[in-house]
Design a binder for this molecule. Sequence first.
Ligand SMILES: Cc1ncc(COP(=O)(O)O)c(C=O)c1O
Length: 409
Amino acid sequence: MKHWKKLSHKEQDTRITDALKSNIDYQYKIPLGIPVSKLDQHVFSEQVSFLREAPLLRTYVANPNHIGCHTFGHSESFFSGTQQLEREVIELLCVDVFKAEEHSCDGYIATGGTEANIQAVWIYRNYFVEICNATHNEIALISSSDTHYSVSKAANLLNLKSYSVPVDENTRNIYPAQLDAVINAAKDQGIKYFIVICNMATTMFGSVDDPDLYALHLTQHQVRFKIHADGAFGGFIYPISSPGSNMHFKNPNISSITLDAHKMLQAPYGTGIFLVRKGLMKYVCCEDAQYVNGMDITLCGSRSGANAVAVWMLLFTYGPFGWLEKINKLLYRTQWLCSQLDELNIKYFRHPDLNIVAIRAEHIAEELAKKYEMVPDSHNQAPKWYKVVVMDHVDIDYLQKFVKELKAI
Ligand SMILES: Cc1ncc(COP(=O)(O)O)c(C=O)c1O
């Protein structure tokens, strides 16, 4: 690990306090030109005593705006202290979690996985237009049928066709022959450039796609492509639970990655993360953002710097080993649940390195699913699967209660 370590609360407090000191202090320096200030003092008073012990809450009150991307070019100088903490988060994740060379990637804290996925598609669409002279109707998205609906949103917003590759009902793996058929059909419809969304844990199943399978078939078809890995759910667990995987920046096929700190890392909402190889962010540079120092090259525009600090605190509170322990605890509980399901001859899908168990709906009575707030694969049609996501609050005592009722039924 080059950057990831554990820091005590006191060490974190000192770093965050220093970062806030490097940001603008509206009491001493009164900027006339920016529509930004700290949170309203009548409602969010700085004087309350508990803020002294709570550097994250102090950051919320200071209200830094992290507009833009801070891993390259210029950024607004008003918030340079907390921007540095965001840079540390991005570099740590790229280098220590996703095996990138140092300073070889850019990234930012997005509003969520949806935005990070759309940001990737936006970049690659513009890349193909600019580099290959492509027209929009020559560029398409391709992903498995288990892919999150944010990919359909991206296609709709960016005026691109989207192709879905069927997966095996039991293994949730993409059928290679079907992948070929889909690429052929797309080519017949005039598609020459493909943007692949490769799942690093699907929403319903936790299944993982193979980026090299996409790369192999698209190369055989002699078409150009870019691969984005969607690790909104799996990004904080799969690279650690599956160190031999090919879902990282050492794999030349992967150009960018989404991960969501507001899922597995239990960060506040608004902490999606977008990581991308250097040289690609520029394709979404908005020249019209002239009043923003460094331009704005993110989808969301203004965003809270406190969210970056929250992710920074979580990563440095656990450190790599603390996080490994936490993941192993969740995987242990997941394994426990699966062994109980095996004993009951209940059919389910579970990727061995992930903490989602999708149980065949025929084994789950509707009342039981409701009582335990299991999520179905469809709310509009008869569900085929119900999922259990083994998060921090799902302990074995509770799973035991669930299994007991499952047995009784
Ligand atoms: C695989 C995957 N991608 C993207 C998203 C979208 O994330 P968000 O809700 O943070 O926008 C989700 C959300 O569940 C997801 O599971």
